[in-house]
Design a protein around this ligand. Structure first.
Ligand SMILES: NC(=O)c1ccc[n+]([C@@H]2O[C@H](COP(=O)([O-])OP(=O)(O)OC[C@H]3O[C@@H](n4cnc5c(N)ncnc54)[C@H](OP(=O)(O)O)[C@@H]3O)[C@@H](O)[C@H]2O)c1
Length: 284
């Protein structure tokens, strides 16, 4: 039995579907009680957990042998995940698959440092693990930028001409399901990319073709971006962490196209064109 944390989020929702496709037994763990109730209503084995209260994991981990660990990217990520790992160890979990971030091992930006700190604790815990380190999600477009794309037909980011090999979260979910099915992935960390490295000008062009309407990328300054984030109520640490990632990408460090998804799944990762067509309703 696999416990899927973050089951109500962008990646977790897809992991639930991938495990269902693979016919693997799982329990879905939500933070929001209404989401857990809805999932139970649709026939899932669903529970609520709160990483800030590690004891809440104890009933959720009953009968569980594998754990999919996903946390929201917040400053207490490492501390909360350490609490979860302690509970998992006590429950005798035999394989922990953690969602980390691109090149976490290099600790070059804040999100990478938070995730690496948690990875180190997992390695020290002795629980067999696999780390999945995806590049930026294609779904950031539908989650965070769709409203602006619908309203103004623009994507405004301080990304310059930086290229990123963004990945579709459906591929991350398929990789997670495969990794749970095979013991060969114990002790491995996989950086995961999409099939191509694109600038936001190219992203906007791909969306334009798929949606049949012109979408334009607007390269905004760091100051303009920060002002917009402040206006939307985002905490300063989040603005700083995103800007840091943009600078990282501008140095060309998020551009590599890797073969890991192909190696694990035996097929090419999904393209941005495919993503844009499948998610077109979010942008129209
Ligand atoms: N976005 C990117 O481009 C990107 C790239 C690489 C790596 N990542 C990593 O991916 C992760 C985010 O994945 P995502 O986009 O799927 O996240 P998400 O959609 O924001 O979902 C986060 C999940 O965490 C759950 N949660 C929130 N607080 C919790 C708590 N106190 N205890 C237990 N669960 C809690 C939420 O549960 P409910 O839904 O029930 O409320 C939600 O399902 C982060 O670790 C991030 O660093 C992101």
């Amino acid at each position: 039995m696999i416990l899927v944390t973050g089951a109500g989020g962008t990646v977790g929702r897809e992991v639930v579907q991938a495990l269902q496709r693979e016919g693997l037994r799982f329990r879905a763990a939500y933070h929001t009680e209404e989401k857990a109730a809805k999932a139970r209503g649709s026939g899932l084995d669903a529970v609520t957990v709160d990483f800030a209260k590690p004891d809440s994991l104890r009933p959720a981990l009953r009968g569980v042998s594998k754990l999919f660990l996903l946390s929201a990217a917040t400053p207490d990520l490492a501390e909360q995940e350490m609490g979860v790992v302690e509970q998992a160890k006590q429950a005798g979990v035999g394989h922990l698959v953690k969602i980390s971030v691109w090149r976490a091992s290099e600790e070059e930006f804040t999100f990478a440092r938070w995730h690496r700190s948690s990875e180190k604790a997992i390695q020290a815990s002795g629980v067999p693990f696999t780390f999945l380190r995806p590049n930026s999600f294609m779904q950031n477009l539908s989650t965070y930028y769709a409203q602006s794309i619908r309203a103004t037909r623009t994507i405004a980011l301080p990304a310059g001409h930086a290229k990123e090999s963004c990945i579709d979260v459906r591929d991350i979910a398929s990789v997670a399901a495969r990794v749970f099915s095979e013991t060969t992935h114990f002790g491995h960390a996989y950086d995961l990319s999409g099939p191509e490295s694109l600038s936001y000008h190219q992203v906007a062009n791909t969306l334009s073709v798929a949606l049949g309407r012109k979408i334009t990328y607007v390269d905004v300054s760091d100051e303009e971006f920060s002002r917009g984030m402040r206006g939307s109520g985002a905490p300063p640490w989040l603005t700083d962490a995103i800007l840091e990632m943009q600078h990282y990408a501008k140095r060309g460090q998020a551009a590599d196209v890797l073969g890991s998804v192909q190696q694990i799944l035996g097929r090419r990762p999904l393209s941005l064109d495919r993503f844009a067509r499948d998610y077109s309703n979010a942008f129209l």
